[in-house]
Design a protein. Sequence first.
Length: 217
Amino acid sequence: MASNTGLTHLPYGLYTGQTDIQTLLPGTTTGIVTAITITNGGTGYAANDTGIITTGKGNAQYQVATVSSGVVATINLIYGGNGYATGAGQATARTGIQPGSGSGLTLNVGTVVTGDLIRSLLPNGLYEPLGTYLITKGSIDAIKINAPGIGQSKQDGRIIRIISTTAYAHVITGPTNVFNGNTHIATFSGTLPNSLVLEAYNGMWYTVGTPQGVTFS
């Protein structure tokens, strides 16, 4: 697997604490899920259950936030995957050891986009943001970032660093209010240096220190 065309990951970045090899999916990614809602909450689920949406490429990941008597009440998108199309009633599958033993959850994929995506393949087979990313594209790069997983067993405390090496007004877009709880778009000025450091907490990315040449809206 190779790096994205315009976004390079450094697996041994300052903030990773990891020595495992991690790479990005090659090229521009299509059919990235950016919004999901619940079609059918299923039965037998517990908070923090995780799984995948089995349509598309079968790699978009969700995390159950809250349940009511085993029925999923609220849910978070952890990784947008690729190859998806919008539509209701899309099937899911639980992955790995889970707190609950649920079944029957189906989701509505509300929006999908195309672009580079902040994510890395981890040794456990999941795709999550981790480490340092260099934007190397020689034109404006449209980059997507998902909300981080909630909880210390997921992504709370995870720190990533994003650095532009090219003088273009790159744009990073995430779900509503994903940055600092009040914005979802990070725009680079196009005049170097351009960089920012983000730390995950409770489903949001918070800026660490003062971003260099990056504004939020």
